[in-house]
Design a protein around this ligand. Structure first.
Ligand code: HEM
Length: 362
């Protein structure tokens, strides 16, 4: 009996020693007591065998180049350990894209300042007639202001996402800035749908009046009378300049909406692979085998490029609709414009409205 308990005690003490040694070894490894790096490098025993590599450098080079491995998790994106294109995307977004975007906006403001200094406000030359004519119906104005207000909210919150950290964060501090930016992100995502709706409404309401015609060529040849006082080139309800704005807003709006949807619902559909495949028909030679991550990166860059371009364009539009041209704001404000304004800026349209009023047509 005594003998038995002695050998049991021996077994237990051997086990205790094993546990102790194992514990010390584990602590040493965990705290870097062993040179882990060197241990992992020994004999080129790299997990890279699965990629068919024989050396550490081959293995890490493959990882760095974004080689995709297999993973058992549902998120197959996790198979890419280092996603190198992300580095180029980040450099592009925080570098040339941000710089050129700022140039586009400040350049537009500078050009408008020069234009205003040289040309001044475009006045109604015959002066006010004291009588008005209806330019836009209530429905047209609701569509316009929904588009305008949603765009302004999208522009401000979008600009904050790109430039806020440089412009606002130093003044607001990180906490308030991050709270505001988070709120701005929600506004951006939800208001986008009001913008898309208004875009469709504006398309339906105004497409007919924005189809190019012969008068547009004359209007363009005379520079729209923008640079010469007293020149009143022919124009229908919308002149050539406004038609250009209309189509740019529509096409830009469509493009910014599609890329925006792909950002709100990431990895759900591909935009750029099919677009690049189509462009390659014209010899562009673009890479068409894009990873889902690259699709998102292109969506973000494109969304920002078009968004910034539209912002620059709309700054010029807002200038002409307010400060730049006497009597223009009334058209969208009350829906009524002075008859002399209509005669000078949209003579063909004015004649038509007069004629139909005389004949009792609508
Ligand atoms: C405070 C902001 C804005 C003001 C004061 C403004 C003012 C105006 C005015 C006065 C007109 C009528 C011009 C006329 O009678 O011939 C107009 C038309 C129009 N606006 Fe705006 N607008 C603003 C923002 C926007 C925005 C953000 C967009 C698009 C994203 C936009 C798109 C249009 C379009 C497509 C037209 C019809 C074509 C044209 O007249 O150029 N507007 N706007």
């Amino acid at each position: 009996m005594i003998l038995r308990s002695k050998s049991l005690a021996r077994v237990v003490s051997v086990l205790l020693v094993i546990v102790f040694v194992y514990g010390v070894a584990a602590v040493l490894v965990g705290t870097g007591g062993f040179n882990q790096e060197a241990a992992a490098q020994t004999g080129g025993a790299v997990p890279g065998e699965t990629l068919g590599n024989n050396s550490d450098s081959d293995f890490w080079r493959a990882v760095r180049k974004g080689t995709r491995g297999d993973v058992s998790t549902p998120n197959k994106l996790a198979g890419v350990m280092v996603q190198s294109e992300g580095e180029s995307w980040r450099a592009m977004r925080n570098g040339p894209l941000s710089t050129w975007g700022a140039w586009a906006i400040f350049g537009t403001l500078a050009l408008l300042a020069v234009f205003y200094t040289l040309r001044g406000r475009i006045n109604v030359e015959a002066g006010s007639s004291g009588r008005t004519i209806q330019r836009f119906t209530m429905v047209e104005r609701i569509a316009h202001w929904t588009l305008a207000n949603s765009f302004i909210l999208l522009a401000l919150t979008g600009l904050n996402m790109l430039y806020g950290r440089y412009v606002l964060k130093p003044f607001l501090g990180p906490e308030l800035f991050s709270t505001l930016t988070m709120l701005g992100k929600y506004i951006h995502n939800y208001v986008a749908f009001a913008f898309m709706l208004a875009l469709v409404a504006v398309l339906v309401i105004w497409i007919k009046e924005n189809i190019p015609d012969k008068a547009d060529l004359k209007w363009l040849a005379k520079g729209g009378g923008m640079f010469t006082r007293g020149a009143h080139p022919p124009a229908n309800k919308f002149n050539a300049g406004q038609k250009i704005l209309f189509w740019l807003v529509l096409l830009g709006g469509l493009s910014v909406s599609l890329s925006g949807i792909s950002l709100i619902f990431p990895f759900t559909f591909e935009m750029f692979s099919p677009t690049f495949t189509f462009l390659n028909v014209f010899g562009f030679g673009l890479e068409t085998n894009l990873t889902p991550m690259q699709e998102m990166q292109y969506s973000q860059l494109w969304h920002a490029i078009i968004g910034l371009g539209l912002i620059a364009l709309i700054i010029a539009h807002i200038y002409l609709g307010t400060l730049g041209m006497e009597g223009a704001y009334d058209a969208m404000g009350t829906g009524q414009v002075d008859r002399n304004w209509a005669k000078e800026h949209h003579p063909i349209w004015f004649e038509e409205v007069e004629k139909s009023a005389a004949t009792g047509d609508d």
